[in-house]
Design a protein around this ligand. Sequence first.
Ligand SMILES: Cc1cc2nc3c(=O)[nH]c(=O)nc-3n(C[C@H](O)[C@H](O)[C@H](O)COP(=O)(O)OP(=O)(O)OC[C@H]3O[C@@H](n4cnc5c(N)ncnc54)[C@H](O)[C@@H]3O)c2cc1C
Length: 303
Amino acid sequence: MHDVLIIGAGPAGLSAARWCDELGLDTLVLEQNEEVGGQLLAVHNPIENYLGVRAANGRELRDHFVEQTRDCDFDLWTNVELDSVDLKAKRVVLRSGEDLRSIAIIIATGLRRRQLGIPGEDEFVGRGIIESATRDRETLAGKDVCVIGGGDAAAENALLLAEVCPTVTLVHRGKKLRARREFTEQLHTSHCITVFPESVVHRIIGGDRVEAVEIERAGALKPFQMAVQGVIVRIGFAPNTELFRDQLKMDGQGYLAISALQETSVENVFAVGDVASPLAPTIIGAAGAGATAAKVVASRLRG
Ligand SMILES: Cc1cc2nc3c(=O)[nH]c(=O)nc-3n(C[C@H](O)[C@H](O)[C@H](O)COP(=O)(O)OP(=O)(O)OC[C@H]3O[C@@H](n4cnc5c(N)ncnc54)[C@H](O)[C@@H]3O)c2cc1C
C-alpha cells in the first residue's frame, strides 16, 4: 500500500514524484519504458524555453531532471506493463502479477505519435522509415522521400529533408496544409518539394528497405505507386488513455478532463501533463501540473 502511485515518468510524472517525495508521501512511479523522460527522448533540437536551464536536446534536459531526483526516496519501476487499473479502488495490477494499492493515483502517461496503421509502417522502421529528420536525415541524403502529414511537424521535416534529398513529396489528407504560414511559404517555393493534398498513403512497400509508397489522390481513378527510398510519418499525437476508458471523463480525442487542481472525475485520481493538456502541451506546463497534483494530494492526505 502506497500513498501515491504515479503512472508515467516523463516531465509531469518525475516532477510529481519529486514533489511527493518532498512532501513526505510514500510514492511509487511506474514507467513502461526502459528509460524515464517520455517525449524528451524524442527531442533532438535544443530546448531554450524551459525556464531555468538550457539544454542541447531533450535527453540532456531529462538528465538534469534525473539528477534532481537522485536523492529522493520514491520508488521507480521501469519496464512495467500495466494489466488493469481500477481507479475507484486505487488498484493497479501489473502483467508481472504485482497487485498495487494506493490512496491516490496520478496519471502522467503523456502522448504517443499517431500511427497510420497501414501495411509496412512497422516493418520498415529503421529501414527507410526514419523517426526524425533532425537526427536521421543524413541516412536519406540523395534519396527520394515521402513525408506524410499536413501540420507543422510534417512541414518542418519536409523542409529539413529538402536540404539533402533530390525530391520530397508531402502527402496529406486535407485540402489545405495546417502548418504555419512561415513553413507553407517555404514549401511552395522549394524546387524539390511537391505537395499532394487530399491524398492518402495506403501502403509502404519494399524488400529489405522501403522502395515505394502506394498513394490515392482525390479525383484519381485508382491508387498509384511512387518510388521512394525514405518515409517519415508526422500525423500528430494521441493521449495514452486507453487504460482509463470508461472510468474517467475525457474529450472526443481521449484527453482527460481535469479541474484547476488537476483532479479527474474520480476522487483522488489526478491527471498531469500532456495527457490532460490538448491545447498547450509543454515541458514546463507538465512539470508545473505534477507539482500542483502532489501538493493537492499531500493536503488531502494530511487533512
Ligand atoms: C519533437 C518534440 C519537440 C518538443 N519540443 C518542446 C519544446 O521545445 N518545449 C516544450 O516545452 N515542449 C516540447 N515538446 C513537448 C514536451 O516534450 C511535452 O510537453 C512533455 O514531454 C510532456 O510531458 P509528460 O510527462 O506529460 O508526457 P510524456 O513526455 O509523453 O511522458 C509520458 C510518460 O508516460 C509513460 N507511459 C505512458 N503510458 C504508460 C503506461 N500505461 N504505463 C506506464 N508508463 C506509461 C511514457 O512511456 C512516458 O515516459 C516537444 C515534443 C516533441 C515530441
